[in-house]
Design a protein around this ligand. Structure first.
Ligand SMILES: Cc1cc2nc3c(=O)[nH]c(=O)nc-3n(C[C@H](O)[C@H](O)[C@H](O)COP(=O)(O)O)c2cc1C
Length: 157
């Protein structure tokens, strides 16, 4: 039977400046922990906002969400998508950093702003955003780069 995978897409605001070195530090620590926990995903940083996809077993995801919510480097975590999937979308990335063009950044910022407004207007903690353009864009970057990134993250095996 295929394992049941929970996939989350969230946005948050950074609480401090986030030079590349800091972002890479977050990602490299995340990779080591994610490999242990069987978590995969991708991280994007655009104009003071993080956009992250995390996918894994329910218990592992719950644990990571608790750590993320307690992490003072960001705030206002808004869950755009929380769903069960049959297979992972970022299978070979223990946590890939997504780089995008300035043009694409503008699109992401538009979506973040509209999602943030909707998120604030809701009582519920989680908002379902099934056709996030940002998610599709992150997936596209993965599909075109994952063998390269896989080498960079040095997954065993
Ligand atoms: C934007 C962002 C993304 C993060 N992504 C991950 C991740 O994918 N996996 C992970 O283990 N930690 C990630 N972290 C770090 C966690 O928030 C936390 O610091 C880490 O899990 C250690 O938590 P602990 O001290 O409770 O063990 C991320 C932090 C930030 C700010």
């Amino acid at each position: 039977m295929p394992e049941s995978i929970r996939q989350i897409l969230y946005i948050s605001k950074s609480t401090r400046a986030m030079p590349d070195a800091e972002l890479h530090d977050i990602a490299s620590k995340a990779r080591a922990a994610n490999e242990r926990e069987g978590i995969t995903g991708a991280l994007l940083f655009v104009e003071n906002s993080f956009v992250q996809v995390i996918e894994g077993k329910d218990t592992a995801i719950d644990g990571l969400l608790a750590a993320l919510r307690a992490d003072k480097r960001h705030r206002d975590i808004t869950i755009l998508m929380d769903r069960k999937v049959r297979s992972r979308d970022f299978q070979n990335w223990s946590m890939g950093i997504i780089k995008i063009s300035e043009e694409k950044k503008a699109e992401v910022v538009r979506e973040i702003n509209s999602a943030g407004r909707k998120g604030l207007a809701l009582d519920s903690e989680s908002e379902f955003f099934p056709d996030s353009q940002t998610f599709l864009m992150m997936k596209h970057v993965y599909d075109t780069n994952h063998s390269l990134q896989q080498a960079m993250v040095q997954r065993p095996g």
